[in-house]
Design a protein around this ligand. Structure first.
Ligand SMILES: NC(=O)c1ccc[n+]([C@@H]2O[C@H](COP(=O)([O-])OP(=O)(O)OC[C@H]3O[C@@H](n4cnc5c(N)ncnc54)[C@H](OP(=O)(O)O)[C@@H]3O)[C@@H](O)[C@H]2O)c1
Length: 256
């Protein structure tokens, strides 16, 4: 299937590791021109150099997208490198280890919402100008199954649920501008250095129990399995998909 992504201008936030990295690499393999955004300069530079060695048109954009100014700077720099942005993937997020409602401070609550929800709002807002200019655009938010299921982090669950509402509203409001908006909701995804890798090492017995009881396939998902769906949703092959939150979780938690 030709995804029609060759030459498309793409920004992926949180692209130096894990799910964001797999999404950026998958776009690059499809011939898209990609700006990879993260705060850590070295990790980004190494990844972009390796992608370019493989023939990809990949660029590093160092920015903190959790702030309005940082997100605006990221889109400005990406636009200077690639031209108007056609596809935006808002992948930055995480729970920051903050947790249960009774324990989490309001400052930490706000930080998690800033990271997961406001980063997506800031980036989308900043990218709209270029999308209007081309009268075409696709925005994909990376949510989580934590938007619908208990995950022992109130701010993370609230912020991810907010992304689902945002997706629906943006999809309707931006349809007249020929901009599609979707979200993807991964289940637990394992990769080296990621949060589930850390938990597997610190509490292997708990993780084995989780695999038996909550993961019907007996394993975690991989970043590539999320990336394949993300890239498809952003492609012309998904031209009639807008306003959806697509779950990619191997039926996680359904047996409970
Ligand atoms: N892993 C899972 O099991 C899972 C499951 C469901 C949903 N998700 C969602 O999937 C997304 C990616 O998760 P992941 O586990 O792959 O993440 P991760 O390993 O924590 O990587 C996060 C990426 O975002 C960058 N980043 C973090 N804060 C940033 C900021 N303020 N500005 C710019 N870049 C920033 C990081 O690089 P720097 O630190 O260098 O900035 C890194 O590239 C998140 O939205 C997460 O909530 C993950």
């Amino acid at each position: 299937m030709d995804l029609g992504l060759s030459g498309k201008t793409v920004v992926v936030s949180g692209a130096s590791r894990g799910i964001g990295r797999a999404i950026a690499e998958s776009f690059a393999k499809e011939g898209a021109r990609v700006a990879l955004v993260a705060r850590g300069e070295q990790e980004l530079a190494t990844l972009c150099a390796s992608l370019r060695e493989q023939g990809a048109d990949a660029h590093a954009v160092v920015a903190d997208v959790q702030t309005e100014a940082g997100a605006a700077a990221a889109i400005e720099k990406a636009t200077a490198l690639l031209g108007p942005i056609e596809i935006l993937v808002n992948n930055v997020g995480g729970s920051l280890g903050s947790g249960k409602f009774a324990d989490v401070s309001l400052a930490d609550f706000r930080r998690v919402v800033d990271l997961n929800m406001w980063s997506a709002v800031y980036m989308s807002h900043a990218a709209l100008g270029g999308m209007k200019q081309r009268a075409a655009g696709v925005i994909l938010h990376v949510s989580s199954i934590s938007a619908r299921e208990y995950c022992s982090s109130a701010p993370y669950a609230a912020a991810k649920a907010a992304l689902s509402g945002l997706t629906k509203e943006m999809a309707v409001d931006l349809a007249a501008l020929n901009i599609r908006v979707n979200a993807i909701a991964p289940g637990s995804i394992l990769f080296e250095g990621g949060s589930w890798d850390r938990r597997s090492k610190s509490d292997p017995a708990r993780i084995e129990k989780m695999k038996r009881e909550e993961l019907p396939f007996g394993r975690f998902g991989t970043p590539q399995e999320v990336a394949e769906v993300a890239v498809f949703l952003c492609s012309a092959r998904a031209s009639w998909v807008s306003g959806s939150t697509v779950v990619v979780d191997g039926a996680q938690g359904r047996a409970l």
